[in-house]
Design a protein around this ligand. Structure first.
Ligand SMILES: O=c1nc2n(C[C@H](O)[C@H](O)[C@H](O)CO)c3cc(O)ccc3cc-2c(=O)[nH]1
Ligand SMILES: C[C@H]1O[C@@H](n2cnc3c(N)ncnc32)[C@H](O)[C@@H]1O
Ligand code: MET
Ligand code: SF4
Length: 376
């Protein structure tokens, strides 16, 4: 058990806020102590005052389910090399717009144009690769709806990120975990794109390009406690240099029938709570996001440990990555939030503090101003 006085001495102060050392963080995950958990929650609530918990009202556009990777936990990926047609995409965007959605989430397989049949389909639409097609759809979104694109489609290089920044309010890539070891395990052994070297390089490139960014960890994929702590410190190190990471998702693995990892267990609520505590202590002013559809029973308790964002929630489309997990109603989220004296607030895919010419392209910035968002 950690004595709270001792704890405060051990935690070194950084910009007035307590920060935990790597060693203490690993010990905390390895130990089993009610007092430690309660003391840390106390510390978080004394140091990070907040009024709001945010969410983004979105539509999910799974442009293609083909993917060059085969992650052991994924049910999204399909062998079928199909591509959504422009009209299918536009119809979802227009319907989402009518329902008040403000985020167009383009999440799809990695490097789908490595597939010959998809490449052919793109050719017949007049494009030579998937990112040209994506760019046009995202530009159409900006010109014809009040939705703002957020792209999460796996590894992109510097030039690709640069091109997409023009039409994206923010972009994302889950680090999943910084462990190279996982590349030899059931989780990532058939997924060259999950190599942490590549993922870290992309997150850094997004930082160089000043792209407001979402990343996160997937918990429960065979990683060790030390690997979780190392991953959080790696994200912190990148953030300290570039300041572009607006949120970190702490995502719990959900077992599903038919995936290679169907017998893996979901992380326990206490494991999740402890990782969230560490994420907040290490990442401090970065928002911590918990997907409410994957944490229907426990999500509210995680607010106690500093979670301040529910992520994307959709009134129209399902979560294609976790199709079994239904979205709660906004009213349910509001009740869960207000019961703790916090207020629920809608946000855009880009957090308010990044809405400036410094962080956004001309096109995206002007769109947000035209929408009147900053005046609301
Ligand atoms: O519906 C989902 N949305 C997911 N989102 C969407 C996310 O909740 C929002 O789009 C962001 O908060 C931006 O507003 C992700 C976005 C990323 O950049 C990276 C990973 C994810 C993961 C999911 C997911 O599993 N399911
Ligand atoms: C879009 C993100 O969804 C996450 N993801 C993929 N499969 C699962 C699953 N079974 N359970 C929870 N999250 C998952 C990965 O972290 C991916 O990057
Ligand atoms: C559909 S999973 C999310 C996007 C991408 N395939 C990745 O895993 O990074
Ligand atoms: S999680 Fe993403 S990268 Fe992995 S197989 Fe699924 S779609 Fe592909």
């Amino acid at each position: 058990m950690v004595d709270i006085k001792l704890l405060k001495v051990q935690l070194f102060k950084y910009k007035g806020i307590c920060m935990i050392s790597r060693e203490m963080a690993i010990n905390f995950l390895n130990s089993a102590s009610v007092d430690d958990i309660l003391n840390y929650i106390n510390l978080i609530n004394n140091n990070f005052k907040r009024k709001y918990v945010t969410y983004s009202k979105n539509v999910f556009i799974p442009l293609s389910k083909w993917c060059r990777n085969r992650c052991g936990y994924c049910i999204f990926r399909e062998d079928n090399p199909s591509l959504m047609k422009p009209n299918e995409v536009k119809e979802i965007l227009l319907r989402g717009d009518k329902l008040g959605c403000r985020e167009a989430l383009f999440t799809f397989g990695e490097r789908v144009d490595e597939n010959k049949e998809i490449k052919e389909q793109l050719k017949s639409l007049g494009y030579s690769n998937i990112l040209e097609y994506l760019y046009d759809l995202e530009e159409w979104t900006l010109n014809n709806t009040s939705l703002l694109p957020h792209t999460n489609c796996g590894i992109l290089d510097y030039e690709e990120l640069k091109m997409l920044k023009d039409v994206n309010a923010s972009m994302g890539l889950m680090l999943e975990n910084a462990s190279e070891r996982l590349m030899n395990t059931i989780a990532h052994k058939y997924s060259p794109g999950k190599d942490p070297k590549l993922r870290i390089e992309m997150i850094k490139n997004a930082g160089k390009l000043k792209i407001p960014f979402t990343t996160g960890l997937l918990i429960g994929i065979g990683e060790t406690n030390k690997e979780i702590v190392d991953s959080l410190f790696k994200i912190k190190e990148i953030y300290d240099k570039y300041k572009h990471i607006q949120e970190v998702i702490i995502q719990n693995f959900k077992p599903k029938k038919g995936i290679p990892m169907e017998n893996f267990k979901e992380p326990t609520p206490i494991k999740m709570l402890k990782v969230i505590i560490l994420a907040k202590l290490i990442l401090k002013d970065i928002s911590i996001q918990i997907p409410p559809n994957l944490n229907r029973e426990t999500g509210q308790l995680f607010l106690l440990a500093g979670v301040d964002d529910w992520g994307g929630v959709s009134p129209l489309t399902k979560d294609y990555v976790n199709p079994e997990a239904e979205w709660p109603e906004i009213e349910e989220l509001r009740n869960m939030t207000e019961e703790l004296g916090l207020k629920l607030k809608m946000r855009l895919p880009v957090y308010d503090k990044y809405i400036s010419r410094e962080w956004l392209s001309e096109k995206v910035y002007n769109k947000i101003i035209e929408m009147g968002w900053l005046k609301e």
